[in-house]
Design a protein around this ligand. Structure first.
Ligand code: ATP
Length: 409
């Protein structure tokens, strides 16, 4: 783990909006988020299910598919190497050392997957073709990433549908055996690097012959084949039992230290964040509502949502019985159902009148060192300001009354 204090972040996400245009209406899955992620750090995005974490990760990678679309914002990536190789062809995507991934042509953007950015998921089975050996598939990833690095303008697009990981598949999923001996050797090295015992033998095995934890390690090996600068890990250990989970998390930290790569970790588990992250962003209803260093956010959470999540922090050794959920549900992200006020107000034990009048902006509380999208960041809180539960129940009753009156007219 390393806290980087350099001034130039590796990734700058600015005003990113991702919408899904569904039959029910427009879903504001990511609603104008800003983030900066430094070189060689582990940055966590944490929040309840449905808050927009995965869509954020997919948006950074340019993997949003119909009916979804990024409708606004930029994803700036600092890479002098990339600027040099594509700058003349795509000048409108370049600003100094930064490339706006959003502005790149889809062809060039594809070449970055695996080489500059890689991803691991909850379900490793979806990353492997069941009919080829694990070694062959990692070897193919090695070759494909070598080709992409050598010539970012001419990457093969071999898209096959193995779930979400079609992002890697667009460059690496092998369809037949034709890998070179040296690529297989590298695959064995990678398997060894991720702690697979007997890697020479295991490379000959098929995915179904691996246990869940071992296959997770193999997926990490595959993701590292192109020596990416950024590894996006979306709930990488959620499906594993706690002991294996801890081992895989430790492995990711070791690899991060060894390679210096940056990790963007998506999780709903604050215990995982505490173990892994240097900094984090807390996500709620498509927005980042609090962001800062692990130390600051954990020791001095300002947003009542973060406070609620921290009240429900799970532990990795499984000694705490249950996660304490925050009362209420994540709101619908359908545009026409989203209120013109703080999205958390209805669940917030500290909601005040102004929270209902308009959505808060980001601010830094006097007592705090990090940014929060909450009126509490600007206003000192007095318990007498809080709206009571009765307020919300009377508001709900009033709304129901109006609706039913409207219905009878
Ligand atoms: N293909 C899609 N079509 C329509 N809506 C979608 C699609 N993919 C995601 N969404 C919506 O976007 C919102 C954010 O989803 P996302 O998967 O990013 O949440 P999450 O925080 O990662 O939760 P989880 O941990 O459950 O995956 C949700 O309301 C979800 O229903």
């Amino acid at each position: 783990m390393s806290v980087h204090t350099g001034e130039k972040p590796l990734l700058r996400v600015e005003g990113l909006k991702t919408r899904f245009f569904t039959e029910e209406g427009q879903v504001n899955a990511v609603d104008g988020i800003d983030l900066s992620i430094n070189d060689s750090e582990v940055f966590g995005i944490v929040g309840e299910s449905g808050s927009g974490k995965s869509v954020t990760a997919l948006s950074v990678l340019g993997l949003i598919e119909s009916p979804g679309r990024i409708t606004d914002g930029h994803v700036w990536y600092r890479s002098p190497e990339l600027v040099e190789s594509i700058g003349a062809d795509e000048p409108s995507a370049v600003d100094g050392e930064y490339v706006d991934l959003q502005a790149l042509s889809p062809r060039v953007r594809r070449t970055l997957r695996g080489t500059h950015f890689s991803m691991i998921f909850q379900d490793p089975m979806s990353s492997f073709n069941p009919s080829l050996t694990v070694g062959e598939q990692i070897a193919e990833a090695v070759e494909s990433q070598q080709r992409a690095r050598a010539n970012p303008r001419s990457v093969a697009s071999r898209t096959q549908g193995y779930g979400l990981s079609s992002f890697i598949m667009s460059t690496v999923m092998p369809s037949k055996r034709y890998v070179k001996e040296e690529s297989l050797d590298r695959a064995i090295e990678l398997l060894e690097m991720v702690g697979i015992p007997d890697p020479v033998l295991r490379a000959e095995e098929y995915p179904h012959e691996f246990s869940g934890g071992m296959l997770q390690r193999a997926m990490i090996a595959q993701a590292l084949a192109g020596e990416p600068n950024v590894l996006i890990a979306d709930e990488p250990t959620t499906a594993l039992d706690v002991t294996i989970q801890a081992q895989v998390l430790d492995l990711l930290l070791e690899l991060q230290e060894e390679t210096g790569m940056t990790i963007l970790l998506i999780t709903h588990n604050l215990g995982v964040v505490a173990r892994m992250c240097d900094r984090l962003g807390v996500m709620y209803a498509g927005e980042i509502v609090e962001r800062g260093t692990l130390h600051d956010v954990f020791n001095d959470p300002v947003h009542p949502y973060t406070q609620g999540l921290l009240g429900s922090i799970p532990d990795l050794d499984g000694t705490r019985d249950r996660l304490q959920p925050i009362a209420g549900n994540v709101p619908s992200l359908l545009d026409h159902e989203m209120p013109d006020r703080c999205f958390f107000a209805d669940r917030c034990p500290k909601a005040m009148q102004e929270c209902l009048e308009k959505p808060p902006e980001f601010g830094i509380a006097e007592s705090s060192s990090h940014a929060t999208k909450c009126y509490l960041a600007r206003t000192s809180y007095d318990e007498t300001d809080a709206l009571t539960e009765d307020y919300f129940s009377s508001e709900t009753a009033e709304t129901q009354q109006i609706e039913s009156d409207g219905g009878t007219q």
